[in-house]
Design a protein around this ligand. Structure first.
Ligand code: ADP
Ligand code: MG
Length: 319
């Protein structure tokens, strides 16, 4: 299975390009396109209502939308359930208060998005290609950075947990074995690494994030950045490209969208500047299709330029 991410500044045509790519690729591939942007417009582009769900658009093309608020809520609930299950003895500490403010803590949306991407990749094996239409740059870079950040944290937590178990072992040795009658009654805390639920969960989490990292950084994943012939979108694309580079994530195609005869000089300038940051990355030019923009003809996914072939070429030849 191949994975594509459409990225770029708001309004440059991320969703439109992702939709056009999905439509073209679905001619001979099974394609799922999912909008991760809270400001959804994927449904509008295809003229259907998605409302946070999935729909079959054609035999080979399915559309989906992620409801970020709902996702964050579910994510939080799952984590809280795990926490209260693992730390039953903390219930006396009135954790409810703590949980009720957790929803305001930074990072929840990013984790919720990442969890949903991970689940989609894991569960949707029937598709040849999954295309993710991403939220604005800042949020996108943050959730793409999460797997690596999280692995660093988990390693640290594993170390701390092992120290705790070591201390427990020491305490247990000092106290003696209760069955031998040397000890007053009391709780025996487990100190065996193999029996420790928390350590086990940390290791599972670590494996999941490592798998995700290797998928995102691997040959079957391609990120494309969409920009327009204007300086604002140029600046933001430059930041995006730098961010992706730092995160070791594969930018594989640039799309210079909404080019007209009037803005051709600017289109050249923007393209040249981008190529200085991202050498050897192919650039596709897409014209501004005014004729496809009219209100009743929501047919922008039918643009005539070929986006599928360069994407397939990239995906099949990535090293
Ligand atoms: N090549 C194009 N020709 C004409 N209109 C376009 C083109 N690409 C995008 N648009 C229009 O630009 C606007 C923003 O596009 P959209 O795909 O929603 O951007 P994003 O997802 O990046 O916010 C929409 O009104 C869309 O119809
Ligand atoms: Mg969009």
């Amino acid at each position: 299975m191949k994975i594509l991410f459409s990225t770029g500044k708001g309004g440059v045509g991320k969703s439109t390009m992702a939709a056009a790519a999905a439509w073209q690729l679905s001619r001979d591939q099974r394609v799922l396109i999912i909008s991760l942007d809270p400001a959804h417009n994927l449904g509008d582009i295809f003229g259907v209502t998605l409302a946070g769900g999935r729909k079959r658009f054609s035999a080979n093309l399915h559309l989906g939308e992620v409801d970020l608020q709902q996702l964050s809520k579910e994510y939080l609930k799952r984590e809280i359930d795990v926490l209260s299950g693992s730390y039953k003895y903390l219930q006396t500490l009135n954790l409810d208060n703590y949980f009720s403010v957790l929803k305001y803590s930074p990072g929840i949306e990013e984790y919720a998005l990442l969890t949903s991407i991970e689940a989609t990749i894991r569960n949707e094996e029937d598709y040849d290609i999954i295309i993710f239409d991403t939220p604005p740059t800042g949020l996108t870079l943050r959730f793409l950075a999460l797997p690596r950040v999280t692995i660093t944290w988990i390693d640290r937590l594993i170390q701390i947990r092992r120290k705790i178990l070591e201390k427990r072992y020491t305490i247990q040795k000092i106290r003696g074995n209760p069955e031998e009658g040397t000890l007053d009654s009391g709780i025996i805390l487990n100190y065996n690494e193999d029996d420790d639920d928390i350590l086990r969960r940390l290791r599972v989490l670590k494996t999941n994030y490592e798998t995700l990292t290797s998928i995102l950084e691997g040959r079957d994943c391609a990120i494309f950045v969409v920009f327009n012939p204007d300086l604002l979108s140029l600046r933001e694309s430059q930041r995006l490209v730098e961010g992706l580079h730092e995160l070791h994530l594969p930018l594989r195609l640039m799309i210079n969208n909404k080019v007209t005869t009037d803005n051709e000089a600017m289109a050249d300038h923007v393209e040249k500047t981008m190529l200085r940051r991202a050498e050897h990355i192919p650039v596709e030019r897409i014209a501004l299709h005014r004729e496809l923009q009219s209100r009743d003809a929501t047919k922008l996914y039918e643009i005539e330029e070929d986006i599928a072939s360069p994407l397939l070429f990239i995906l099949n030849n990535a090293r």
